[in-house]
Design a protein around this ligand. Structure first.
Ligand code: MN
Length: 212
């Protein structure tokens, strides 16, 4: 995912690109304006994982989520405010997976080579317009596979984090339809009573957090 800062950086830099196969490679230099156009076409990528969690490749995010999704690296984050309330969000209706479903604050996929904390901070800003701090790993070994009602599969090693913010959410409409700040115990009670009304990973995460 490219940010406005990436484009601003690109607009002042020339870009070198190698074209073709290794036997007949050519190297071309693009001026700043064309660099922006090239960067905008780079698809968002995810890290593919072996069953034991080793990085074994990369794939386009848009192509990896199918009815037979390969295992890949992701994260979930639960964001708290100064009053101890947790942010729950309703996924945008336009999303491929679990549209319109209430879930934890936000989730995402680190790009290949991207630091996990940096990816979480980036995603908080992108999805919710919030600056987060005190990012803590709370479920390092969380992994799940779930099937959406449309048949699309999520299949992730997805360490779970908590973080705090002083901001109210200003959601990106492509990602989040609605949000609420709620008492964590109320959320646990609601998810426990009606797990089908929430994302499956939220239910499993709360179960595991309660065990700790
Ligand atoms: Mn995924």
């Amino acid at each position: 995912m490219l940010t406005r800062a990436d484009f601003q950086a690109a607009s002042t830099h020339w870009l070198g690109c190698i074209h073709g196969d290794t036997a007949r490679a050519t190297f071309r230099i693009y001026p700043p304006r064309q660099t922006i156009a090239i960067m905008s076409e780079i698809p968002e990528q995810v890290v593919l994982l072996s069953d034991t969690g080793e990085h074994i490749g990369v794939a386009d995010k848009a192509l990896v989520h199918t009815t037979d999704t390969a295992l890949h690296l992701a994260f979930s984050c639960h964001v708290y405010n100064a009053d101890g309330q947790v942010l729950v969000t309703r996924r945008a209706l336009s999303k491929l997976t679990w549209p319109g479903v209430w879930t934890n604050s936000f989730c995402g996929h680190p790009a290949p080579g991207e630091d996990m904390a940096a990816a979480i901070i980036r995603r908080a800003k992108h999805e919710l317009g919030i600056t987060i701090s005190d990012v803590q790993l709370v479920l390092p070994d969380f992994r799940y596979r779930a099937v959406d009602s449309s048949g699309i599969v999520e299949n992730e090693i997805c360490p779970v984090y908590r973080a705090v913010t002083a901001d109210n959410a200003a959601p990106n409409a492509d990602e989040v339809a609605e949000f609420e700040w709620v008492d964590p115990q109320s959320l646990r009670s609601a998810v426990s009573a009606t797990p089908f009304a929430f994302s499956p990973w939220l239910g499993w995460q709360l179960e595991q957090l309660n065990e700790n």
